[in-house]
Design a protein around this ligand. Structure first.
Ligand SMILES: [Zn+2]
Length: 116
């Protein structure tokens, strides 16, 4: 094995390590998340209302509307009414991008939720 094959093998190891990284779905479905002191169980965060228990950190983690309703009203103590969903672009707005494309991208990135 010469130095070129060693470098190629090292490159392949790096590539495989990069491919094994967790996806966004893996992270969302995991029981763990990370904060200042490293990994923390989501159950522990939930018990602390999604605020980091470390006093010097005290980070407020991002939560979705359902999690917020569960905190405010208690689980299954509220009812979500069906509301009519407005048209995506009632004003037919156009900018540098069309409003429909911006909304589509935001929904893809989960910046905008539709509560069902
Ligand atoms: Zn923290």
């Amino acid at each position: 094995m010469n130095w070129i094959t060693k470098i190629i093998k090292a490159g392949e190891k790096i590539k495989s390590a990069l491919h094994k990284r967790a996806t966004k779905e893996d992270i969302a479905n995991s029981d763990w998340t990370s904060c200042c002191k490293g990994p923390i169980l989501k159950k522990d965060l939930q018990k602390n209302l999604w605020v980091c228990p470390e006093p010097e950190c005290n980070k407020h983690h991002r939560i979705n509307p359902k999690q917020r309703f569960d905190i405010l009203f208690g689980e299954k103590n509220y009812e979500i009414f069906k509301t009519p969903i407005p048209k995506d672009d009632p004003l037919n707005w156009s900018d540098s991008k069309s409003y429909k494309d911006r909304l589509k991208n935001a929904r893809k990135k989960k910046l905008v939720w539709i509560v069902e």
